[in-house]
Design a protein around this ligand. Sequence first.
Ligand code: FA5
Ligand code: MG
Length: 453
Amino acid sequence: AAAAATGRPTSPSSIELSGRTYKTDEWFNVPSNVANATSRKLHLQKDHPIAITRQIIESKFPEATYKTYNTFDPVVSTFENFDSLGFPEDHPGRAKSDTYYINKETLLRTHTSAHELEIFKANASDGYLISADVYRRDEVDRTHYPVFHQMEGARVWDRTKVPNGDIAAAVWADLDKLPKHDIQVEDPNPPFHPERNPLQSEHHSPAEAEAIAAHLKRSLELVVVEIFSRAKAAAVKADPNFVDEPLKVRWVEAYFPFTSPSWELEVYYNGDWLECLGCGVSKQNILINAGVGSQAGWAFGLGLDRIAMLLFQIPDIRLFWSQDERFLSQFAGVSGDLGRLKRFVPFSKYPACYKDVSFWLRTSSAAGGNTRGANVHDFHENDVMEVVRSVAGDVVEDVRLVDEFTHPRTGRRSMCYRINYRSLERTLTNDETNGLHDEITKALVERLGVEIR
Ligand code: FA5
Ligand code: MG
């Protein structure tokens, strides 16, 4: 049975995705499980927790100002995904190990920011929200999946349209109109920092950047407050004696090629800080390239899956892909009436089965033998993750590196990964896990050239 699910990239000379045919080349690295996910559109599926989360967040941004775009195609150009946003030529996000390519110039978008330039160009509103499926080669665990969903938001003010051309004053006036909240927000950061988080001083006065950042932060704090008050209401519904910890939120400095200054928002959850979104003052070059250089403003990008996990208390990101009625029925009717939102009740947890695989890495001849004992390994962990996901699909809960060592004499490197097989829907048989593990082992040898120990 497992043979049908090998999901091995077959490198066809063309591939059809959402009704369009694309030519592939030696950059092609999209496995069939990922290609198939492009048709799912969970953010648009009525009564799906990802769609419900999108609706709740959209409700915090007035339609009159924020135009929504929820049906952009996931196939974009390297220009849209990277160049238009000022990603340097050698940015790691461009690597084949991190990104799904269809061909050298075409890929599955890695973030919703890929659509910023075209929307700024269209100049159809003062703000926008984009929700979409995004794709990344990444680790395998309960908060990471190769397909997830983001919402991008942006807001601009036009120098030629605000009173006296004073953007800072216009932004503060708009900020005054936003609701206030009383949650505890840690924000020890200066408004900008010359090295860590610079002001775009050729384009923005300090007063402008400060006002834009303040409007940005309040807008996003209001989203978090909304999510957590709905999560709390759902918890109280399930248990009238429910007592929550006070919500703790903090801003940390960040870097994105397309904003400056930049921040990430983290929420304290289950004993740890969880990163929910990135944001900042939009790089003026993007607005200039879009033909709207007289505008200035902010942008953010948030992870809908992560927020949906907090909102519904969903323990594993794979559940979003489940077609099991025991999952889907729990959200029935909520898209049409957000007041019906309930906490997710996990169905029984099936047993875990841990299996290890140890192997020697292939040594690359590109090392040229110039330095003794310093073997070069053309190995990327994401390749292991991909092999596991494409062979075993969603029955793997996580994959962890448990041991790594370099042979003192030969310089060869050995890795040991522990794979946790656990279906969300049923108990796996021994035969089935053994079969999958054998198949993964074979695929690692064939595709990565490793040698099993
Ligand atoms: C970005 O993708 C930027 N485009 C965000 C942005 C937009 C910044 C506009 C500034 C202006 P980042 O890679 O950090 O940033 O991802 C944003 C969010 O997506 C994260 O905070 C997280 O909530 C979510 N996310 C990232 N990787 C994954 C993953 N593998 N699985 C689930 N959620 C993820
Ligand atoms: Mg991040």
